[in-house]
Design a protein around this ligand. Structure first.
Ligand code: ATP
Ligand code: MG
Length: 471
């Protein structure tokens, strides 16, 4: 049953089918005129339209392509806009003062409007076409942009639904790969031979899972089978590129659904090996519940246009291992704060073999981990002082997530919720009611008292040294 999401008329759909061979490949382009589809330019951002119109007015071909067209056709609000054209990067650069050429191997043009960037790419042929590269005097390849026709540009894209072109000159949609048919059928299909396409770029396996989950599409059987056969190649992908994908997974507004799909397709081991192993071995059901709550909360924030911090989710996914390793070293006599620091280091190191985590994220992750025992145990004015720290809010939210798994933390999490609602002059009175969780880490319940004793002795020692004249 066709879902007819794109709003194409029956006659147009019949024509689509007749133009496409029954197998994977189309035989010709299908051009759907404006009157036969429901995309309106209103769906596109003003900046994207500005760029398209300027290129068109300068006499070049200008198309919107990729996720923007796909999302508009299924009725989602497109989040970014990619433009494809027959103008060269230099010609584009001359057209837009607010532009820059990026990339060395594939040169693209970014047209910059403040924080909004429209990416413009010259039609490209597939890599294996060979010709078109440029070799410098030293014999080094200085450029391997292989410019091509729009049709070649369509065929080198990943999925049929990602290869639809919206032509700004007449507002038609151009389809070389059967993408419109697949949009209507709700199917995600790799263009060309699926195994070759996955081997060429294994990250497409992750893209398929993420995007199919976002659109709630089925993955076409041959594409799915190729993905299953080649998924293991994800283990050798550059951790930096994997990290980019993970960010898209979490920040696209469909984190909960994408995460479930990644798990279902058994790809979690390539992203979060420690968590994947844990989830396979009868984890407490609360772990998955809270993980889903954190993912759903991220999606909610995205839909409300609120900022999200990826380190928070990353911190939560790695936390069970940090916690377990910390407890093990505390049992062996290491102090809690040192054990936590060492465990954080080890877990991050293991994680880095799968996906790279830039320091700007791993730093805050460690900070909110380190704050956990303090939120649990500190009392008096010292506890109140924690609220002034810049990671307090994230650390407190994190404690609440943990409290969903660990009952013993509920009272202290509630106390933190309540104290924040009090005016400052009332907070000090409330501090005496703060529960302090002890023994959670396997540390001695007396540790607070013995620390005090030690602290009292130290000043004496210091005074003695001074008297001895050693300073
Ligand atoms: P999203 O909603 O995540 O932005 P998208 O499909 O727009 O999805 P982008 O990463 O923005 O994804 O890529 C834009 C377009 O570039 C895609 O729609 C696709 O046509 C093409 N593309 C992206 N990544 C690949 C890839 N790995 N292989 C082939 N084509 C790709
Ligand atoms: Mg996109």
């Amino acid at each position: 049953m066709l879902k007819r999401i794109s709003g194409l008329s029956k006659s147009v759909m019949d024509k689509t089918r007749s133009l496409l061979t029954s197998e994977d490949q189309p035989v010709a382009a299908l051009v759907v005129p404006q009157k036969d589809h429901k995309i309106s330019t209103k769906t596109f951002s003003a900046n994207a339209l500005k760029v398209l119109n300027r290129i068109h007015e300068a006499g070049f071909a200008a198309y919107l392509v990729g996720g923007g067209v796909r999302d508009a056709l299924v009725g989602l609000k497109p989040k970014d806009f990619d433009v494809a054209t027959d103008a060269s990067p230099e010609e584009l650069r001359a057209l837009f003062r607010n532009s820059r050429i990026i990339g060395r191997r594939f040169r693209l043009v970014h047209v910059v409007y403040g924080r909004d960037i429209i990416e413009v790419a010259t039609f490209r042929a597939s890599h294996d076409k060979g010709a078109g590269g440029e070799v410098g005097e030293s014999g080094r390849i200085v450029r391997d942009n292989v410019f091509g026709s729009i049709e070649e540009d369509a065929l080198r894209r990943d999925f049929s639904v990602n290869a639809l072109y919206y032509n700004i000159s007449d507002h038609s949609i151009v389809d070389y790969t059967g993408g419109l048919n697949d949009i209507d059928a709700g199917v995600f299909r790799l263009i060309g031979d699926p195994i070759t396409r996955c081997e060429e770029d294994p990250v497409r396996v992750l893209r398929a899972v993420r995007l199919a989950a976002k659109l709630e599409f089925e993955i076409e059987p041959k594409t799915l089978s190729a993905m299953q056969k080649t998924a293991h190649l994800l283990a050798n992908q550059a951790p930096a590129r994997m990290f980019e994908e993970v960010l898209k997974l979490f920040q696209g507004g469909y984190a909960k659904r994408s995460f479930a799909a990644v798990k279902e397709h058994e790809l979690l081991q390539y992203l979060f090996p420690l968590l994947a192993e844990r989830l396979e071995n009868n984890p407490p059901p609360e772990l998955l519940t809270m993980l889903n709550a954190a993912l759903a909360n991220t999606d909610k924030r995205v839909s409300q246009g609120k900022p999200i911090t990826p380190y928070y989710l990353l911190a939560f996914m790695l936390w069970p291992d940090v916690e377990e390793r910390t407890k093990a070293s505390v049992k062996n006599g290491t102090s809690l704060s040192e054990a936590l620091m060492l465990a954080s280091e080890q877990v991050i190191k293991t994680q880095l073999s799968a996906i790279s985590i830039p320091k700007r994220l791993s730093g805050p992750m460690r900070e909110i981990w380190q704050l956990q025992p303090r939120l649990e145990q500190w009392r008096g004015k010292r506890a109140l002082k924690l609220m002034e720290g810049r990671r307090f809010r994230a650390a407190y939210d994190f404690l609440c997530l943990r409290a969903g798994i660990e009952n013993d933390l509920q009272a202290v999490a509630t106390w933190w919720t309540d104290v924040q609602e009090l005016p400052e002059d009332k907070q000090l009175d409330f501090v005496s009611k703060k529960p302090a969780v002890r023994g959670l880490w396997g540390e001695s319940k007396e540790s607070g008292a013995s620390k005090k004793k030690r602290r009292r002795r130290r000043p004496n020692k210091a005074r003695n040294t001074k008297v001895d004249g050693n300073r």
